[in-house]
Design a protein around this ligand. Structure first.
Ligand code: AMP
Length: 407
């Protein structure tokens, strides 16, 4: 079924990539794929405003693989993906392996938190695509372990997050080490000034692709459970009992709460792992792996895990604490209902969370259903939602329209 009528073939992808897409089980391209793939194949720079959950990894990986398989070969990497976290780097590396298999595109993933030596050895063998976090990449570049002089396609993923994490100077240095003739793709969930500036500096006449927040949250049923703060952990335990067959991702605001909650659940014989920035990289990898392969059912995580993690089959995301930044809510709940699936996003709302809930509802322009769980009704009733969520606080009004502008 790799004839011209295949929806991915219509975007310009050749037979080997259409096969890869079929193997992944995708039948229809997502919105961002429809818009970005033809532009990347045409060699255009692309500014993609979309968060994870929209299919953006395939939107840049598929056409990059195709372009690199057509462009002249070299020992030094020709494709470079820079991404803020180790988990994302590993995830993108897996996507390149999957989509690049039949085009013999080889990739290497490098990121902080692991020894330099084995990465240096891998780099010596050469690769087509390098997937890296900024600090570690620069380290290798400065030591002469890898050259970026042959980069033809540069992808900056989650640019807003890289800026938030203070990687701006590293990113600039990395870009400066690549040829100015390269093709540049920049993806970001939001467009703060720093990202707009970066886009302006690095790209030539980019095609802009914007995917709205709410389209990313399609397929997710959202509910708020009002509850007293002191009873949240019991309510969570109760809910886990209601979903016996479900993989559940639970978010907390702090490492301490994550640790406390994992211990509490362990004490109640729930199979649970914890993931937060205070843990060593190998512990984080192990926790994720155990959750991915289903050997633990519940993962309790801080925002470290919120962005980008792609784990199939998460039916429930629970906000044990409501995030301070409403954009993090979108990233967190986007961990369920990946691709074509559906999922539930459940937020436990104590009186201390009311203000944040309002901000989330304003950002999304919706009212999230409030439903107390019998036996866990709070002592103080939460205020009703605002009459009309206002649009002023949204990061960009164009974002909600999910529109595209050709640059
Ligand atoms: P991403 O936004 O790149 O993190 O992708 C989110 C999820 O959607 C991943 O699990 C992908 O495997 C999946 N996905 C990507 N493209 C498609 C598609 N066209 N159809 C169905 N699922 C997809």
């Amino acid at each position: 079924m790799t004839d011209e009528r295949h929806p991915f073939a219509e975007l310009g992808l050749d037979a080997s990539l259409v096969e890869a897409v079929e193997r992944a089980g995708y039948t229809e391209p997502t919105q961002i794929q429809k818009e970005a793939i033809p532009a990347v194949l045409a060699g255009r720079d692309v500014l993609g405003m979309a968060q994870t959950g929209t299919g953006k990894t395939a939107a840049f990986t598929l056409p990059m693989v195709q372009r690199l398989s057509l462009l002249p070969h070299s020992q030094a990497p020709r494709g470079l993906v820079v991404t803020p976290t180790r988990e994302l780097a590993q995830q993108i590396g897996r996507a390149v392996t999957t989509y690049g298999a039949s085009s013999s595109i080889e990739s290497v993933v490098i990121h902080g938190g692991t020894p330099l030596g084995p990465e240096r050895e891998e780099l010596k063998f050469g690769c087509d695509v390098l997937v890296a976090t900024p600090g570690r990449l620069l380290d290798h570049v400065k030591r002469g372990n890898v050259s970026l002089a042959k980069i033809q396609v540069l992808i900056l993923d989650e640019a807003d997050r890289m800026l938030d994490m203070g990687f701006i100077d590293d990113v600039k240095e990395i870009v400066a080490a690549t040829p100015s003739s390269r093709q540049t793709l920049l993806f970001s969930a939001t467009m703060p000034n720093g990202v707009t500036w970066l886009a302006h500096e690095l790209m030539t006449d980019p095609v802009e692709v914007r995917i709205g927040f709410e389209s990313a949250a399609e397929g997710i049923r959202q509910v708020l459970h009002p509850v007293d703060w002191s009873r949240k952990h019991e309510l969570l335990h109760h809910l886990l009992g209601e979903w016996p067959d479900s993989q559940v991702l639970v978010f907390t605001r702090t490492r301490d709460t994550a640790t406390y909650l994992s211990d509490f659940l362990k004490g109640r014989d729930v199979s649970v792992a914890g993931l937060h920035g205070g843990k060593h990289q190998d512990q984080r990898d192990k926790a994720l792996e155990r959750f991915r392969d289903g050997s633990v059912r519940v993962l309790v995580a801080t925002n470290v895990a919120a962005r980008g993690l792609d784990i199939r089959g998460i039916r429930h995301v629970v906000n044990f604490d409501v995030p301070e930044d409403p954009r993090d809510y979108v990233h967190r709940v986007g961990r369920t209902a990946r691709g074509d699936d559906t999922g539930d996003a459940v937020s436990l709302m104590a009186s201390s969370d009311w203000v944040e809930i309002r901000a989330i509802e304003r950002l999304l322009g919706i009212h999230i259903e409030r439903r107390a769980v019998p036996g866990f009704e709070p002592e103080v009733e939460p205020p009703p939602p605002e009459e009309e969520p206002t649009t002023e606080d949204r990061p960009a009004s164009a974002l909600r329209r999910g529109i595209r502008r050709r640059g």
